[in-house]
Design a protein around this ligand. Structure first.
Ligand code: NAD
Ligand code: WQD
Length: 339
């Protein structure tokens, strides 16, 4: 299939392009580079041994999206483009709603105007709020969301459900990602956050490489085995291959389909720190800090539905996630931009 990969220069998009090529698909990556740089795509090209067609454009630019969809006759669109920092979204709600909602509206219109009816959306476990059940199945009701970023995911899921209902010939797959970490095993592409990382793994790798002094562990008084927060970390390459599987659902005319993409295993913050130290033979200094506002104790999924219906399941364990995250960080201590 020929796939439009919107937000393709970013962390998950760049890894997904590799899996798409491996499965025999072709892509055009589109990105405005607001949170990435095209060096990621140059390195993807190096890994796959062929150039990655790339168009620098903003997904909110209706004329640009219309032209791209008109000229390319895509079979499907995978939509990664969005702003994703939870804390920043609380400080800049308008920017988050404006970017994430409008980008999706404009894309859907460009698709409708040009006969592309297959859409894969990057949703998030955040739509479950403080989950009503653990492990979380797709039947779990959506929960109260405490930040504008999460609201955009939940609202866009509803928009997409309604769009598909009104046009049943569309196939729409909502992928609810759990916590993607790690990097391509080559160490050439990985997560390159701007400024101080919000997420656990980039904070750990930046501490290990000496950019940060110590990791703050946000709370050790949760109702979890060691008191620290438990999450379902998933290797970004496994998450990427989940998109290839989602294309199979589209080929089978799934209509609307919703899948959790996680491993089904919950690891605490200290489990991750200790796994990272053990597999990489490097210390991660840390101290216990107060809880972070909006955090929940435990979040991990039941990934059976994706396995039963798509044959997809995660292949990598926490050791590989920690090994590959460190391989990326130590080979690119300043990410893509500075060497
Ligand atoms: P990322 O920031 O690395 O990638 C997103 C890409 O979209 C970036 O390259 C950015 O430049 C681009 N972009 C943003 N707004 C755009 C616009 N208006 N037009 C064109 N390009 C635009 O983030 P990621 O971690 O790769 O996440 C990809 C998607 O998955 C996002 O939608 C994110 O919300 C979602 N998601 C991420 C996680 C996670 O933990 N990383 C978890 C759940 C869901
Ligand atoms: C994981 C655990 C923290 C940093 C977020 C978004 C979610 C999704 C994935 C996009 C928690 C603890 C973290 C640190 C710490 N993104 N932690 N010290 O919060 O599960 O999910 O990213 O959709 O929507 O909310 O991920 O990596 O920030 O935190 O102790 O410096 O690590 O408290 O228990 P989270 P995270």
């Amino acid at each position: 299939m020929k796939i439009a990969v919107i937000g393709g220069a970013g962390y998950i998009g760049s890894h997904t392009i590799i899996e798409l090529y491996k499965a025999g698909h072709s892509v055009v990556a589109v990105d405005n580079l607001v949170n990435s740089c095209d060096e990621s795509l140059r390195r993807v090209a190096e890994i796959i041994g062929q150039p990655v067609p790339f168009i620098k454009a903003d997904a909110r630019d209706a004329a640009a999206m219309d032209k791209i969809f008109k000229e390319n006759h895509f079979d499907a669109c995978i939509h990664f483009a969005g702003l994703k920092a939870v804390g920043e979204s609380v400080a800049k709600p308008l920017e988050y709603y404006e970017n994430n909602m409008n980008a999706t509206f404009v894309l859907l219109n460009a698709m409708r105007n040009n006969g592309c009816k297959n859409f894969i959306f990057s949703s998030s476990a955040t739509v479950y709020g403080n989950p009503a059940e653990i492990p979380i199945t797709e039947k779990c009701p959506k929960g109260a969301i405490t930040n504008p970023y999460g609201q955009t995911k939940s609202m866009l899921e509803q928009v997409l459900i309604d769009v598909q209902k009104a046009a049943p010939e569309w196939n729409v797959v909502l992928l609810r990602y759990f916590n993607p970490i790690g990097a391509h095993p080559s160490g050439r592409i990985g997560e390159d956050p701007n400024g101080i990382p919000n997420n656990l793994m980039p904070y750990i790798t930046q501490t290990a490489v000496g950019i940060r002094k110590e990791l703050g562990v946000f709370g050790n008084d949760y109702d979890t085995p060691d008191g620290t927060g438990v999450r379902d970390y998933i290797h970004v390459c496994d998450l990427a291959s989940g998109h290839v599987s989602a294309l199979k659902a589209i080929e089978n005319k799934c209509g609307l389909a919703i899948y959790n993409l996680g491993t089904g295993h919950g690891y605490s913050v200290l489990d991750v720190v200790h796994a990272f130290e053990k597999v990489n033979g490097i210390k991660v200094p840390y101290s216990i800090k107060p809880r972070r506002a909006g955090d929940i104790a435990t979040c991990y999924c039941n990934p059976e539905k994706a396995y039963k219906e798509l044959g997809w399941k995660a292949q990598f364990g926490i050791e590989e996630m920690c090994r590959d995250a460190w391989n990326w960080q130590k080979n690119n201590p300043n990410g893509y931009r500075k060497g």
